[in-house]
Design a protein around this ligand. Structure first.
Ligand SMILES: Nc1nc2c(c(=O)[nH]1)N[C@H]1C(S)=C(S)[C@@H](COP(=O)(O)OP(=O)(O)OC[C@H]3O[C@@H](n4cnc5c(=O)[nH]c(N)nc54)[C@H](O)[C@@H]3O)O[C@H]1N2
Ligand SMILES: Nc1nc2c(c(=O)[nH]1)N[C@H]1C(S)=C(S)[C@@H](COP(=O)(O)OP(=O)(O)OC[C@H]3O[C@@H](n4cnc5c(=O)[nH]c(N)nc54)[C@H](O)[C@@H]3O)O[C@H]1N2
Ligand code: SF4
Ligand SMILES: [Mo]
Length: 734
């Protein structure tokens, strides 16, 4: 029956009267979607849309991107620099000039009294690349502290370290197009549909055209696991054991690619000897995966014409993070799956510009993947910046996760935080709080004044964010894409680039150096420095990047001369035999003995505590927590708990419980779901004074990245549900 068909109201899409669209790259995750931001005739920003001819997202955006323009009007933005003498006083407003002067005075004073490295800088993966480069020049070339790092230590350090150990350099060798060529995909600790929705869409598109097996390794039944052909619900922190066992099967069944190994790698014999200790039966007892399943997966992977591995935080955030990355690289190297279409080892990155900071910020080295340890590199950069190379340290300083304990120990007295919110994001909140309270001088440079960390600062600097300024980001697949300025930042907020330049002027040393004011001029310096490096961007400029909707590096001047449109860019790295970044051109196969060093559940703390993210929120919710259209999906802290475990403890759906670890406690709402096994709970880390009060955060020995995903905890029932609801609400932070 066609009942009511003609009477139905057609959907009306409100006309937002947009008169101008400005090009940008999404400022949330590392997928790097191209978008346009719409302004109406009153000059107000009112909409976002995906860019149809952009290779990455082909017109699509996820829930965060679609509403991203709303953040220009979000609450809590800072609009004036604020200062106070002690954290027990209230803030007072201060001019930018006085703020810069005071900050420079404090830095000099601390460095003169306690030594150059007693002032530390911790930055982020969320600035524009030109800003990273300038901060690096200021920190390495002018201020001269070696305790300079980024929040990428919480995020990407294991991937960086693993790539360097295996291939001799950082830089993901694959690209999203590899989904269209692969015959088998293995995803390690990565929840793509929620955390990188548009990469997931690319994967699904490829799979609809040509089916290929997907194997997911994750202790939770994530959305990706639900879509997989095989889901391996691994025992937390034991991925290296599974990797060794997979290699055991591959080598014992002669499924490896001998020619590739001979032409491209060193260290095979040592690897083979170690792997022999991990027969599937013994490995199964540790990693919890059935031995026949291990054999089956090894055969599927090794027999595929091309096979690729992707991974994210389930691997990186572990005491075996760097080893887990090397293990993935080992698997791919012995099967000849690097640098070929569909055969790659692709770290899915995190923040919008986690790659830009790795390439250009000088956090753990010098710009363009140069190393402090290399005298030629120090010489090159010293000459280019007009800084005496002797001024540079000869090896990298402390990582973020070592800077904080060094404050605790009294070695570091001053800290400058740029676009990171450790009160919510570092493990063991109570310890972090005490550490920040100990500082003589803390500067917080953030777009939002209401971030939790500002409560412990002496100086607050309000920064513009995302499309309130101009510059580039690099995404997961090495694609450099541009953000154009669409609107002014609130009040007196300044772009981070302008803040760095203002501060540089306070130091005499900068008089002999060049600190360009325009992002395009900064980009030109980076182009120059990139020539002949792996990360060669000498063929790019801001306009060409916009026109091309992003270009993958390497993209050289020679490629520009060849006049190919659109610019081809470097789809893949290490495509030729012997093209790895080690001096001999060979990749290293590295044996990985497994040492069980996690905090594991026991009688007193019987649950695994697993932590991570939700699709609708970004990190510490400074942005998404303020936007009704994203916050409404998850406005309060909760935990996923298995219904059998809940039933046993008498916990019902929606009830508040107290989670307790050896570090602290947190009140959350119970959400009953089969997503987690009976001995595990999963709590998103987006909320203040919540899951990171519980986490231990043991560090990976190579990367210094915290094991956020493996701690032990117990659950306590709360009688007074009303009081618990109130407590949990207070933890929302805003
Ligand atoms: N919506 C949204 N998207 C984001 C972000 C966000 O905050 N919100 N943040 C961005 C950033 S910075 C990052 S780093 C990425 C993170 O992206 P992902 O790493 O995909 O996200 P997570 O939820 O942190 O963790 C992924 C999975 O690791 C699993 N895991 C836990 N322990 C183990 C283990 O021992 N082994 C294995 N194999 N898996 C394990 C968890 O169960 C979880 O499902 O997302 C980016 N994208
Ligand atoms: N338990 C647990 N903890 C975790 C994780 C986990 O999986 N589990 N994941 C870890 C990972 S992978 C990451 S990446 C970290 C993220 O941790 P954080 O970096 O601390 O989190 P964000 O909320 O992204 O903080 C970025 C800050 O920069 C500000 N900001 C945004 N844009 C700009 C800008 O242009 N300029 C300036 N100056 N400020 C700006 C934002 O307002 C925000 O306060 O968290 C880590 N913590
Ligand atoms: S997938 Fe990532 S880059 Fe793309 S719109 Fe969503 S948050 Fe932005
Ligand atoms: Mo991250």
């Amino acid at each position: 029956m066609l009942f009511g068909r003609n009477k139905k109201n057609p959907i009306k899409i409100a006309d937002k009267k947009i008169v101008k669209w400005t090009y940008a790259t999404c400022g949330y995750c590392s997928v790097g979607c191209s978008m346009e931001i719409g302004t109406n005739s009153d000059g107000k920003v009112v909409g976002s849309r995906g860019v149809g001819d952009a290779h990455v997202n082909q017109g699509k955006l996820c829930v965060k991107g679609i509403f991203e323009h709303e953040l220009f009007e979000s609450s809590g933005r800072g609009d004036k620099p604020l200062i106070r003498d002690s954290i027990h006083q209230g803030y007072r407003e201060i001019s930018w000039d006085s703020a810069a002067e005071t900050m420079a005075d404090k830095i000099r004073q601390i460095q003169q009294t306690y030594g150059r490295d007693s002032f530390a800088v911790v930055s982020t993966g969320q600035l524009l690349t030109e800003e990273f480069y300038t901060l690096g020049k200021l920190t390495r070339g002018v201020i001269g502290t070696n305790n300079y790092d980024g929040n990428t230590t919480l995020c990407m350090a294991s991937a960086v370290s693993g790539y360097k150990r295996s291939f001799g350099s950082d830089g993901p060798p694959g690209c999203y197009d590899d989904f269209e060529h692969t015959d088998c995909l293995m995803a390690w600790g990565s929840n793509l549909p929620e955390q990188h929705p548009i990469i997931y869409w690319r994967l699904q598109e490829a799979r609809e055209k040509r089916d290929f097996p997907i194997i997911v390794i994750d202790p939770r039944v994530t959305m990706l696991a639900q879509k997989a052909d095989i889901h391996l619900a691994i025992t937390p922190g034991t991925d290296v054991v599974l990797q060794n066992a997979l290699m055991y099967v591959i080598l014992n069944e002669n499924l490896e690619d001998r020619d590739y190994i001979a032409a491209n790698t060193v260290g095979f014999e040592q690897l083979e000897a170690e792997v022999q200790k991990y027969d599937p039966a013994s490995a199964s007892a540790i990693c919890g995966i059935n031995e026949d399943m291990i054999r089956h997966v090894a055969r599927v992977y090794a027999k595929a014409d091309s096979a690729m591995s992707i991974w994210t935080m389930g691997i990186n955030q572990s005491t075996h993070g760097s080893d887990g990355v090397v293990g993935i690289n080992n698997l791919n190297l012995i099967t000849g799956n690097i640098g070929k279409p569909g055969g790659t080892s692709l770290s899915i990155t995190g923040q919008c510009n986690a790659m830009g900071t790795r390439e250009w910020s000088s956090c753990s080295g010098l710009p363009g993947y140069r190393a402090l340890e290399n005298p030629e590199h120090r010489e090159e950069i010293g000459k280019f910046w007009n800084v005496d190379p002797e001024f540079f340290p000869k090896k990298r300083g402390l990582a973020q996760t070592d800077i904080f304990p060094a404050i605790e120990a009294g070695h570091i007295k001053g800290l400058w935080l740029v676009a990171t919110n450790p009160m919510t994001s570092m493990p063991n909140t109570e310890r972090t709080r005490k550490i920040l309270e100990k500082l003589d001088f803390l500067v917080v440079q953030d777009s939002y004044v209401d971030v939790e960390t500002t409560q412990y600062a002496h100086l607050y600097l309000p920064a513009a964010t995302w499309a309130e300024k101009e510059g580039v980001f690099t995404n997961t697949e090495r694609r450099v894409n541009i953000v154009r300025k669409v609107t002014d930042a609130p009040g007196e907020s300044k772009a981070d680039l302008d803040i760095f330049n203002l501060l540089a002027k306070q130091f005499e040393k900068s008089n002999e150096m060049n600190f360009p004011e325009k992002p395009a001029d900064v980009f030109n310096e980076m182009r120059e420095l990139s020539k002949g490096r792996l990360v060669d961007i000498s063929g790019m400029d801001h306009d060409l990047i916009e026109k091309s909707r992003g270009i993958q590096w390497p993209y050289t001047e020679q490629q520009v001369a060849a006049k190919e449109t659109p610019p081809p860019g470097g789809k893949r790295l290490y495509t030729e035999d012997g093209s790895f970044s080690y001096a001999d051109g060979m990749a290293k196969l590295i044996p990985l003995p497994f040492i069980d060093n996690n905090e594991v559940p026991d009688e007193d703390f019987p649950f695994w505590l697993n932590t991570g993210r939700l699709v609708e929120h970004f990190h510490t919710r400074t942005k998404t927590g303020k936007l009704g259209n994203t916050n409404k999906y998850s406005p309060i802290p909760f935990m996923e708990i298995n219904p059998d475990a809940a039933y046993e403890m008498g916990i019902s759906q929606g009830e508040y419980v107290r989670c307790v670890s050896r570090r602290g406690d947190a009140v959350v709402m119970a959400m009953l779901t089969q997503r987690v096994p009976r001995n595990m709970v999963f709590i998103p880390f987006h909320f203040f004074d919540c899951v990171n009060r519980l986490t231990l955060g043991l560090l990976d020995p190579h990367s210094r990245q915290p094991a956020y995903k493996q701690s032990a905890m117990k659950i306590e029932i709360l009688q007074d549900q009303k009081a618990a609801a109130q407590l949990s609400k207070e933890m929302r932070s805003f």
